[in-house]
Design a protein around this ligand. Structure first.
Ligand code: NDP
Length: 245
C-alpha cells in the first residue's frame, strides 16, 4: 500500500536499536527521508548507517543526547539544513529502569525523567519550529504509565507526563494543522526485554490476550499509520499496541 510518505522528512530519536530502529526502517521503506538519532556509538549504529546509505535517498544517522539542550538545538538545525524541514517527528528515545521507591535515588530519578520527559520536551520544542501544517508528532509512551508497576515509579511518572504532553500539544498545535499522538506499547522484544528469564517471559506472555510479546515492527506499523494521511483526523490519542493486556 502506498501511504504517500514519499518526500516526507522525518526525525526518529533512539533510532539505533529496538522500536526506534524499526520505525526508521519502516518510514524509509515508505519513501520518507529519515534522520535516525542515536546516543552512543555501536555496531548497531554502523550497520544502520550502511543500510540507510544503501537506500540512497538522503536518510542518515546522527548523534545527539536528547537530554542535552544545546545538542538537541544543533540536531534540529542540522536536520533543517539537510532535509529542509520536518514533517514527522517520532519521539522514541527512552531508558527503562527498575528500583523500588525505598531504593530509588534522586540521580536515577533524574536520569530517567531527563531522558524520557525533558528530552521529549526539548526535541519537540525545536522540531515543531521546523514543521509545516500537515505535520505529525508521534510519542512512544508506555502502557505502564496508567497501569502502574512495582519498581517503576520514575519510569511510569515520566511516561504519564508524556500522556499529558500529548494532550497539551494536540490542543496547542492542532490549530496549526499539526497532529500529536502517543503509542503505548505493551511488552516488546528489544534490548529492554532481552534480560527476561524464561519464567518472566512466560509470565508476560500470559498477560496478553494474544499470548505473546510484540515485535518492534508491530509498533513501527502504527507509527507509519500515524505519520500518514490515513490518520489525518486522529490527534491527541493514546493508542495501545500491547496484544491486549
Ligand atoms: P532500547 O533500549 O532497545 O533502545 C533505546 C533507544 O533510545 C536507543 O536507540 C538508545 O540509543 C536511545 N536513547 C536512550 N537514551 C538516549 C538519550 N539520552 N539520547 C538519545 N537517545 C537515547 O529501547 P526500546 O526500543 O525497547 O524502547 C524504545 C521506546 O519504547 C522507549 O521510550 C521505551 O520506554 C518505550 N517502550 C518500550 C517497551 C518495551 O517493551 N521494549 C514497552 C513500552 C515502552 P543508544 O543505542 O545510543 O543508547
Amino acid at each position: 500500500m502506498d501511504l504517500e510518505l514519499r518526500g516526507k522528512r522525518a526525525l526518529v530519536t533512539g533510532g539505533s536499536r529496538g522500536i526506534g530502529r524499526a520505525c526508521v526502517l519502516a518510514l524509509a521503506r515508505q519513501g520518507a527521508r529519515v534522520a535516525a538519532v542515536y546516543n552512543r556509538e555501536s555496531d548497531a549504529v554502523r550497520s544502520l548507517a550502511a543500510e540507510l546509505e544503501a537506500t540512497g535517498d538522503g536518510s542518515y544517522v546522527v548523534q545527539a543526547d536528547v537530554a542535552d539542550a544545546e545538542g538537541v538545538e544543533r540536531l534540529v538545525a542540522d536536520a533543517r539544513s539537510r532535509l529542509g524541514g520536518l514533517d514527522v517527528l517520532v519521539n522514541n528515545a527512552g531508558v527503562v529502569s527498575h528500583a523500588m521507591l525505598a531504593d530509588l535515588e534522586l540521580d536515577e530519578w533524574r536520569r530517567v525523567v531527563d531522558t524520557n520527559l525533558t528530552g521529549l520536551f526539548l526535541v519537540t520544542k525545536h522540531a515543531v519550529a521546523a514543521m509545516p501544517a500537515g505535520g505529525s508528532i508521534v510519542i512512544i509512551g508506555s502502557g505502564v504509565a496508567l497501569r502502574g508497576m512495582p519498581g517503576r515509579v520514575h519510569y511510569a511518572s515520566s511516561k504519564a507526563g508524556a500522556v499529558g504532553m500529548t494532550r497539551a500539544l494536540c490542543k496547542e498545535l492542532g490549530p496549526r494543522g499539526i497532529r500529536t499522538n502517543l503509542i503505548a506499547p505493551g511488552i516488546i522484544e528489544t534490548d529492554q526485554t532481552a534480560g527476561l528469564t524464561p519464567e518472566g517471559r512466560a509470565r508476560y506472555e500470559k498477560l496478553t490476550a494474544l499470548q505473546r510479546l510484540g515485535a518492534p515492527e508491530e509498533i513501527a506499523d502504527v507509527v507509519v499509520f500515524l505519520a500518514s494521511d490515513l490518520s489525518r483526523y486522529v490527534t491527541g490519542q493514546t493508542i495501545y499496541v500491547d496484544g491486549g493486556i
